[in-house]
Design a binder for this molecule. Sequence first.
Ligand code: HEC
Length: 374
Amino acid sequence: MLVPAVLLLFGASAFAAPSTRGIGSLEKTGKELFLANCAACHGPDGKGRSRSRVGFDVALPDFSDPDFSSREPASDWAGIARNGGPSRGFSEIMPSFGEALSMEEIEAAVEYIKTLADDDDWPSGNFNLPRPLVTGKAYLEDEIIFSGSLTEKDGGLGSIGGKIVYEQRFGTRNMWEVVLPFGWSERFIDPLSSKPEWGANLGDAALAVKRAFYFNLDRGSILSGAAELILPTGDRASGFGKGTFVFEPFLTFGQILPADFFLQAQAGMEIPFDTEKAEHEVFARIAFGRSFNFKPWGRTWSPMVEVLAAKELAAGEKIIYDIVPQVQVTLNKRQHIMLNIGVRLPLNEREGRHPVVLAYLLWDWFDGAFFDGW
Ligand code: HEC
């Protein structure tokens, strides 16, 4: 009940008049457009007016906070201002300006909002390219990822793998990460029985830190470096662990390409502490894809293809190649819950290597609770 009352109030007084005046007056600067149309709620400084001033309970974002402002591409903000809060799963108190302002005027107002935060040292949300199934991203995330894999073996299902990844940003350009893998496989658990059974296992947990060393939005490039420590928590005998600590340094690179295409690449090395149990390995991965919106401001579909190369640094070992076609899709209006499904297919050395079905469900928790914005 409060909402319509407030909208009426604001509609009648605060911005109906300025916004009608706004039509056709492209000479108006972004700042003037913002002050006339948005500041009634968002405040002249963009910090959001107090609840007592605006008379509603929905918290207003702080556009002057670089940690918030740097993550959101200007085009997403312009979309929200054009179509209103509910178009992206936000409150209906955030009005739709699609009728009152032209798209140029909305973009000018958003461009002004983007100047309110001093976020030069924060990698822009434009670098937040769709996450490939295997290749690591250069952008820093606040995410929880639930991923799974199904591996075939001769004559049946070989194993089911699962992984929970928690990622959190700190400072302007750093992130830490914890990985908890687990799985089920069919094997001889009871030594006296001749029948294999399904058993659950923990995999090798990992801790990592990542830092964005370089980013340049004009060029569309971002480069990060990371150091990961893999712990021998998994069961080596059942294939769920390496049985030794492994240090894994790697570099990741993201490139925004014209027409919504993108490229992401990662290269690194696995250095086991105990070389009796695991070999040194080098790897390189590349992902190429494009994002599509079939309906303006609707679900985003991102088909991608990854090529993976890995080589154990031991005499006689060949480079092993895989290809991973996949599709990521945003599931909700806020676009902070995503699903990706693909299949990892061996390209060479096929003997004993089977296709693996891979999937993840990703929750960008900075953008809201799991059930917000559907
Ligand atoms: C009647 C009050 C009101 C006016 C006027 C208003 N907004 Fe908002 N706006 C809100 C509220 C409330 C939210 C928060 C919605 C939520 O969190 O569910 C919001 C959220 C937003 C967001 C989403 C930020 C995010 O979390 O990603 C953007 C972008 C935005 N407003 C831009 C604008 C622009 C641009 C204008 C002027 C053209 C404007 N708003 C005018 C009330 C208003």
